[in-house]
Design a protein. Sequence first.
Lengths: 456, 108
Amino acid sequence: MAKDSIRIISPNGHLGFAPTKEESFYLGAATKPDYYCCDSGSDDIGPVPLGADKCASHPAHQYHDLELMLLKAREQGVPMIIGSAGDTGTNSRVDMYVGFIKDMAKKHNLPPFKLAYFYSEVDKEYLRNKMNNGEKIEGLDGRCDLTIEELDKTERIVAVAGVHPFIKALEMGADVIIGGRTSDACVFAAPAIYEGIPENMAYYTGKVLECASFCCEPYGAKESVIGTVTKDDVKVTAMAPFQRCTPASVAGHAMYERTNPYYEYVAGGMMDMSNCVYEQYDEKTCRITGAEFVPIDGKVKVKLEGSGFVGYRYMGMAGIRDPYTIKNIDKVLEWAKSQVKERRPDDWYEISYRVFGKNGVMGDLEPIKETKSHELLVVVEGVAKTKEVAEEVALVGTRQIFYARLPEVKGTAGTAAFVMDEVVEMSPAYTWTMDHTVEVDDPLELFPITIIEIGE
Amino acid sequence: MATKKLVDLAKTIRSKNAGTDRITFDIIFREKENYELVKKSGALTKETVCRLYGIPESRIADFVEFDPALAIKFTINRLKPSGSFGEGDVFGCQQYPPLYDIEIPVED
């Protein structure tokens, strides 16, 4: 028997990235929502965490946010659902969150419950076979279809799940679900669909809840919101005492982080928000109607994210105060680059200079061409296939700013100031090699689910 | 004709990643009059944005007026994916400030 309405709490737009604010979470939990759902990942964080298989968030924050949700969900005996475990949703990050949940169950002596988790990493050979069979791995956002060369350059791939593995896990009786990489909205759409809410409103509910208080005003992240969804509408309510959900704040959020404000694609179809109507329902609540979901015609297309290793990376920094040197900064950097080349004529490396005070933030997009700053900070990065070369590239590329040969320089004892006269090893450089889709016969085939009993 | 700066008319001016390869810009207004004023002014268009940022029109992936949010939104293609070696803004969130100074003609 389908329920008439479902209430879902969203405590954080990216669980663990910065800690959930407790006051609004507890105010929301006191209203006893039907589901505790949260997305924990993003491709916003760049390609390094996926490539290096590590988190961008701090484990203490992840633990804190999961613990808040787990304790309240288990106290009420309602499901808790997490998508994109550990920022990237790789298998190791799913295992890490499963470990956290087990640890909490023990620590708080929780009565037994069922934990389901699914992986989302994709084996390169799976894609290679498809490509060898003539199947296209279609590029998104103007990217070309995947080539074998790009595939070979890729270190790690995750598939982005839709609602399917979550619904399956709920059908299996899961009390807690830890998901691999997931489309944010599907973490919330899945339980709504499972409870019998039509897809039109279920997906939009996910859209509006995925970033928690980003759909509220005034601006304030990491506060809880609650969505109440029926077959005809969704009402989203701010839980923080200082926030409200208004037509302006909710409509404004609907276009956040996307190319187009009307459409969003997930595995299985497209959300169409072009006929959405937003109205103030009560002081803290906005009501939305008119959302649509258009199921895909044909096979389900699953998005793939891939990150490839570029090289080891070192970084140096140089401060410049001499106005003559500032005026000639381009020449100074050319000099430093030439000195790196002289040292490493035959090795592959790249060197990057970002000059803060000139155009360090915006690079070529910076419209202000004339540097007016009285001081500059040059951030130097060197990347190479070995650590040894990368270190030397960054070191020479930084230190030679100090030795720059300008014809009329008066400061002949050094033309750069160093916070520290050393270069530091950074995470290796990676790049997004894949932002593509693959067609699948079964939307579950890339997301194997395991269910275990906790606390037995 | 008198002008006002966009920063004085809009409630929100922001930029952010839209996926790995694009940066999207949102200019959101509180008052419908200001939204309509900017929309009709011709001062915030594909062409003016390209001139301001010094990019060809081929880098504009989308430019849309979004009435439900009183917002003008455009999206540009990055030259390299976010977080690639040598890129300076992983989140794409500090690319909007040049929009502040766009001069919008207003009735005296």
